[in-house]
Design a protein around this ligand. Structure first.
Ligand code: PMP
Length: 286
């Protein structure tokens, strides 16, 4: 597997960055997780736009045009002869000294990893807990910024691991439902689909946006609305969305069984439609 770092490709064992890189020392950097399906990079432009927005929010100046960043992703897939892949694109503040001042870092580090990944099949649904760790408030470190600092999510994931479930949902600092550790949340009640708004401390997920579009085109009523745990407990269906997760239904939350532990009809419909279009929206590699 060949990995791109700052203009060159390296074998995996030789793909290394400096211990003085502030991405490592301080989590000072941004990233994207991207999928390719059948030789098409799903919504590549949207991912690159979000990467640059995340960087701008941190006053991290990416010294490459967006077109070049797209090419890096395409070249990484090509050199590894991949059609179905999970891609990790990372921009760090770069090499500095041991102080945290970003002005000491002259050039951002850019790297891109692509690994084979087949679409997930036959998913049986997941069990989740509500984490006692709250999602970062928007006025602390806005979850809209996809930064390398994932400790908030990791702490919640550790709770899910201790509880023996797949995933943890985080509430925002006011107690409204925010998101999972690496995914957005959708709730269905009486055929109305709801997902938390961006003001509830969530990442503007690219899968989330895609599902919202599919739902609208399919004639569902879909709302961005603040929700409480009550909405989850009384839901007809709950599912999560994410680049890695795609669409997965929740069968249990805090020990309460959702939809008798089965895949619900609305989730099934949206999931099928997502699978139909995922290899059709994006940039062709070959
Ligand atoms: N929330 C968080 C915290 C995430 O890490 C992710 C994965 N990027 C998502 C939501 C889902 O976003 P996307 O659909 O763009 O992968």
């Amino acid at each position: 597997m060949k990995i791109y770092i700052d203009g060159n490709f390296f074998e995996k064992e030789d793909a290394k960055i400096s211990v003085y890189d502030h991405g490592l020392l301080y989590g000072d950097g941004v990233f994207e997780g991207i999928r390719a399906y059948e030789g098409v990079v799903f919504k590549l432009k949207e991912h690159i736009d979000r990467l640059y927005d995340s960087a701008e929010s941190l006053a991290l100046k990416i010294q490459l045009p967006k077109e070049k960043m797209e090419e890096i992703v395409i070249e990484t897939l090509k050199i590894n002869k991949l059609t179905d892949a999970y891609i990790r694109l990372v921009v760090t503040r770069g090499v500095g000294d041991l102080g945290l001042d970003p002005r000491k870092c002259k050039y951002p580090t850019v790297f891109c990893i692509a690994e084979p990944m087949e679409p997930l099949l036959g998913e049986d649904g997941i069990k989740v807990i509500t984490s006692s760790i709250r999602r970062l408030p928007v006025d602390v470190l806005n979850p809209a910024v996809k930064s390398l600092n994932y400790l908030n999510s990791i702490l919640a994931k550790i709770q899910a691991n201790y509880a023996g479930v797949h995933e943890a949902f985080l509430l925002d600092s006011e107690g409204y439902v925010a998101e999972g550790t690496g995914d957005n949340i959708f709730v269905i009640k009486n055929s109305v689909i709801k997902t938390p708004p961006l003001s509830s401390s969530v990442l503007k997920g690219i899968t989330r946006d895609t599902v919202v579009d599919i739902a609208k085109e399919s004639g569902y009523k879909i709302l961005e609305e603040k929700m409480t745990l009550h909405d989850l407990f009384v839901a007809d269906e709950i599912f999560i969305t994410g680049t890695a997760a795609e669409l997965i239904h929740v069968i249990e939350i805090d020990g309460r069984v959702i939809n008798e532990g089965k895949l619900g009809s609305v989730t099934k419909d949206l999931s099928q439609k997502f699978k139909e279009i995922r290899s059709k929206i994006g940039r062709k590699v070959y």
